[in-house]
Design a protein around this ligand. Structure first.
Ligand code: NFS
Length: 668
């Protein structure tokens, strides 16, 4: 049975073991518990204690008279508010760390990227002349804090969007103010007896989501870069096979980089490595899961053990001495599961405790000391390890594509720009761009299947893919983040671009908070020229094939508000109301140019995406996409020629068009 659960052989192997041992996982629990058919489609209102009211008959209302349109849109709004709160609160904690570092209260943190500090300072209007980095960082932190508390003033980061986009937001009254205000405002509206016009609730949802994407998440990314460095491509590996058979294995899981960066440092401490060796281990092996993994992968090259649905499986290997978790996407099931093995589960955030886990609270004033204590504790646990079962699957990856690096790679320090990318789209070498992100969901047909299918289809059709979150980890596991993939799976035009720039056809841009990098890149593409004037003009789409979290809903909503056609796989959480379903699509599209659709079938997601990309190309007056127009140049042809020559085939050295070589190889 287990084989059909995932397309990842490492996951399937461990699920088989779980079944043999009668250990439950999210996969088996999802099978045992069907979703509530009323809540699943948004028809349950439990916002007061007269109910919950289940609106299951045509025209039925709640006790207060709330219609199905009001109930579904309120439920949707609450998801946006929680998602925006989670992303932004992560940003807030980074602001606190930056402030503490600037004020000398967090001695283990420093400004690693002064260049980015200067850039952000200038953007936020902080004076930089004749001032030291710590002084500047302090003011940057204070300015960033204002982005949370401002009552009336518009969010500063909106200015990173193309001008026409900003105007749309202002005209519609959805330009967000302070993040805290927008989250509270949206939650307030969903209380009994408040906002009862679905359009009004859903437009307010866009405003709150914008406060996430263009403020909370964006400043989280900026400040993380300032503190820990702006990512640039580096090599690493992904999947459970990176766990070492004879190393002390520590898994960091959750979302925040603050403690995990210190654990990276602690795991490289020669004294601790010697201590691990004294216990019989070969060394200390740090790996990650979910977005904490993405944070330390992008900057430190730490290997990624898996995405959301792999968290329990890492423990099932029996080879994890310690799993250190912070916030978000951490399954409570980890606690009882870890007790069946020798794994120590440690919660570290003041916001997250799990019954049955050890709590060692993060304190940035002594962060490195805490990290060292944790690593030592993991080492002490190594001798308790029993039998292990590490599936031998791992892939090589290249990750770390910040928008700064994209600029750099397309023109170096002096001429960095997005022009080559825009030109490749204009010419039709690249048909369009797709952001593929988001979670895993055990209710998907098979774990990672939709992610992998959609990404492969996009690159085969010359669509450049950018990824974040668990979607990026999925691609990593299937070899899609390696430059060789351009030769294996990309269409001819995209392959030529990848060869010229030396990049994979799928770019890992970070954690889910780093979807803000995609917004910044889109904004830059829109203003660079050749692709219209606004994000909604760009031939591009946003996809979350296996979403499940409220954060994903907030991301979807801010992409829509930014002008992006956004498709979510899986079921429609507002299905109970055709009116609301239509409003998320056509209603939003008429107003902001982007729309949100829930589409179960991955083939249909690809078909709608390509049709949208082609329609946007046509609207811009660009050349019709022709898959056969390009591909006669580049390394692939050279490689084929070398291969033919090595095989002793009679090919002319002048046959760079490749036809003769291809024919000779085919005849073989
Ligand atoms: Ni995004 Fe990253 Fe993963 Fe989904 Fe959870 S880890 S923040 S919410 S499950 S992609």
């Amino acid at each position: 049975m287990a084989t059909a659960k995932s397309i990842d052989p490492a996951v399937n192997a461990l699920l088989e073991y779980a079944e043999q041992e009668s250990i439950t996982t999210a996969f088996s629990r999802a099978e045992a518990m069907k979703p509530c058919p009323i809540g699943h489609i948004g028809a349950c209102c439990k916002h007061c204690h007269m109910g919950p009211c289940r609106l299951v008959k045509p025209g039925q209302t709640g006790i207060c008279g709330a219609t199905i349109e009001t109930v579904t849109s309120r439920n949707f709004a609450r998801m946006v508010a929680v998602g925006a709160a989670a992303h932004s609160d992560h940003g807030r904690d980074l602001v606190f760390t930056l402030l503490a570092a600037a004020e000398g209260e967090a001695p283990d943190y420093r400004i690693r990227d002064e260049r980015k500090l200067m850039e952000v300072a200038r953007f936020l209007g902080v004076a930089t002349e004749n001032r030291g980095p710590r002084d500047i960082a302090r003011d940057v932190a204070l300015k960033a804090m204002e982005q949370f508390t401002s009552q009336r003033k518009e969010a500063t980061y909106l200015r990173r969007a193309p001008k026409p986009r900003q105007e749309i937001w202002r005209r519609l009254g959805i330009a967000p103010r302070g993040i805290d205000r927008e989250v509270v405002d949206l939650l307030h509206r969903t209380h009994i007896g408040d906002d009862q016009d679905h359009e009004h609730i859903l437009m307010a949802s866009l405003r709150c989501a914008l406060a996430d994407g263009w403020s909370g998440s964006m400043l989280a990314t900026d400040i993380t870069d300032i503190l820990f460095g702006t990512p640039a491509p580096l090599h690493s590996q992904a999947n459970l096979g990176i766990l070492g058979k004879d190393t002390v294995n520590i898994v960091v899981h959750g979302h925040e980089p603050t403690l995990s960066e210190m654990i990276v440092a602690a795991s490289q401490d020669p004294e601790l490595i010697a201590y691990a060796q004294s216990k019989g281990a070969r060394g200390i092996n740090l790996t990650g899961i979910c977005c904490t993994a993405n944070e330390v992968l992008m900057r430190q090259g730490v290997g990624t053990a898996g995405n959301f649905l792999s968290q329990e499986l890492a423990i099932l290997t029996g080879a994890v001495e310690m799993m250190v978790v912070d916030v978000q996407c951490i399954m409570e099931a980890l606690a009882p599961l870890s007790q069946r093995f020798h794994t120590k589960l440690v919660t570290t955030s003041p916001k997250v405790k799990i019954h049955g886990a050890l709590h060692v609270e993060m304190d940035e004033r002594r962060a490195l000391a805490i990290a060292k204590d944790l690593v030592r504790m993991a080492i002490d646990n190594y001798p308790n390890r029993g039998e292990t079962r590490i599936p031998q699957f791992k892939s090589d990856i290249v990750a770390g594509f910040s928008h700064e690096y994209l600029n750099y790679m397309m023109g170096g320090v002096y001429r960095g720009s997005f022009r080559p990318l825009n030109e490749a789209i204009v010419q039709g070498r690249i048909r369009g761009v797709a952001g593929v992100a988001g979670c895993n969901n055990p209710r998907a047909s098979a774990h990672d299947a939709a992610h992998e299918y959609i990404v492969r289809e996009f690159i085969r059709n010359d669509v450049l893919v950018v990824q974040t979150g668990c979607g990026a980890i999925s691609a990593a596991k299937y070899g899609l983040l390696s430059p060789e993939e351009a030769f294996r799976g990309a269409g001819a035009g995209l392959r030529e671009v990848c060869e010229a720039l030396g990049i994979p056809p799928v770019l890992h841009m970070g954690s889910c908070v780093d979807n803000s990098r995609i917004l910044t890149a889109l904004s830059q593409m829109a203003t660079e020229g050749g692709l219209g004037e606004d994000i909604s003009d760009i031939p591009g789409v946003g996809i979350a094939p296996e979403w499940m979290s409220e954060k994903a809903v907030s991301i979807g909503a801010y992409l829509v508000a930014s002008g992006v056609y956004t498709l979510f796989g899986g079921d429609n959480p507002v299905e109970a109301s055709p009116v609301v379903t239509e409003f998320l699509s056509q209603g939003w599209e008429q107003r902001v140019g982007g729309k949100l659709e829930f589409v179960r079938d991955p083939e249909e997601i690809v078909a709608r995406s390509l049709a949208h990309i082609d329609a946007k190309r046509a609207a811009l007056g660009l050349a019709r996409y022709d898959p056969h127009r390009f591909g006669a140049s580049g390394d692939a042809v050279m490689l084929r020629w070398l291969q033919a020559r090595e095989m002793g085939l009679p090919v002319s050295p002048y046959s760079t068009a490749g036809l003769e070589v291809a024919e000779a190889l085919a005849q073989r």
